[in-house]
Design a protein around this ligand. Structure first.
Ligand SMILES: [Zn+2]
Length: 359
């Protein structure tokens, strides 16, 4: 995409006559190649290196009309199932005839995690697939996959949404992130994107790396390359609940409305439906396990807790309590350990401290 189109995708798109647009070259991501009006499937082929090769599925939905390119990614953690299923369902729902612009869908980045039911990491190299961006080709499988996703997905997109959820051992209530970088224009676009996504709880995050060569997270990799990106989470503990899946699908469609990639719905002339009065989370307190043992939760995901309140306790293998886990501050339980396994240093709960005013 040209510099002009990158900076002003909507404006540039409007200046290209439809007949000219129809002759545009194919948008190619991995082996998926689509011309305007087409939906194409293929793989991002990650070659073997110091460890095994892998093929990451990719779908390119090329709208019949010009517009921006939005990347939708899930399954960096391959057992965060609700987010993966949301994108799998979206493949069939998106109709190229209706879309202005293109959607690149990568529904399942971490196939080895999915296949072997291993939470948090890629079992091939033991690395989280959302911590090693922008990646490198002379590293392990996670590094190589991250490099190719950065080059082929981020590199060809104007906007990006990375979907996550509670992993097998995390009982999580849905939320999204508004990462602020200090660039007022980009921050404002990403604020609109999280409001258009529509989850009612939004975490404010100001401490992401600013260096694009050490961007670590996928959304941060896009944002630091001038492509506004957000991350959103729904689903928990291996479940695929309709409410969670639909919330993520609605979120992606909401952002597409905001970017004017979908026609206006009846009664909603063109505008995205921003969530009203979200709960803004100013700070996240992590309560961790102090010793190995057995975890017993005392609150559920989404519960509001007061400072000092017990959120759970840990016993040794003989039933003796060895840790009483308390909320360090008042807030909402964003997620709590979903399984009895507790290992020193693992997360007992993340408590979101609610901002006193909307940012
Ligand atoms: Zn995740």
């Amino acid at each position: 995409m040209s510099y002009f189109a990158r900076i002003f995708p909507v404006l540039a798109a409007a200046l290209i006559a439809p007949s000219v647009f129809a002759q545009q070259p194919a948008l190619k991501v991995g082996t998926a190649s689509a011309t305007p009006g087409q939906k194409a499937m293929g793989y991002i082929e990650v070659p073997a290196g110091v460890d095994a090769a892998t093929n990451i599925p990719v779908i390119v939905v090329r709208g019949a009309k010009p517009g921006p390119t939005l990347a939708l990614v899930a399954g960096a953690h391959g057992t965060e199932y609700a987010s993966i299923i949301a994108l799998e369902k979206l493949i069939g729902r998106l109709d190229p005839a209706e879309i202005s612009g293109s959607v690149i869908i990568v529904p399942l980045v971490n196939l080895a995690s999915f296949n072997h039911k291993v939470p948090h990491v890629n079992p091939v190299d033991g690395k989280s697939m959302n911590r090693f961006y922008p990646g490198k080709m002379d590293g392990t499988q996670t590094d190589r996959a991250s490099f190719l996703i950065t080059r082929d997905v981020v590199g060809q997109s104007d906007y990006l949404i990375d979907l996550h959820g509670g992993d097998l051992d995390e009982s999580l209530r849905p939320y999204s992130y508004w990462v602020r970088t200090g660039d007022a224009k980009s921050d404002a676009i990403r604020r609109d994107m999280v409001l258009a996504f529509g989850l009612d709880t939004i975490i404010l995050s100001d401490d992401r790396p600013k260096d694009p060569n050490d961007s670590r997270y996928l959304d941060n990799t896009a944002t630091t390359r001038g492509k506004p990106a957000i991350a959103a989470e729904a689903g928990y503990a291996g479940t695929v609940e309709t409410d969670d899946v639909e919330a993520l699908i609605r979120g992606c469609l909401g952002v597409m409305h905001y970017l004017k990639m979908l026609p206006a719905e009846a009664g909603k002339p063109g505008a995205a439906q921003f969530v009203e009065h979200p709960v803004w989370i100013a700070k996240v307190d992590t309560v961790s396990g102090e010793q190995d043992g057995i975890f017993y939760p005392l609150v559920k995901r989404g519960t509001y807790v007061a400072a000092g309140m017990e959120v759970g306790y840990v016993t040794d293998y003989f039933g003796k309590t060895i840790q009483v886990a308390r909320a360090p501050e008042s807030g909402v339980v964003l997620y709590i350990c979903a399984v009895p396994t507790m290992v020193k240093g693992n997360v007992v709960a993340n408590i979101g401290v609610v901002a006193t005013s909307a940012p």
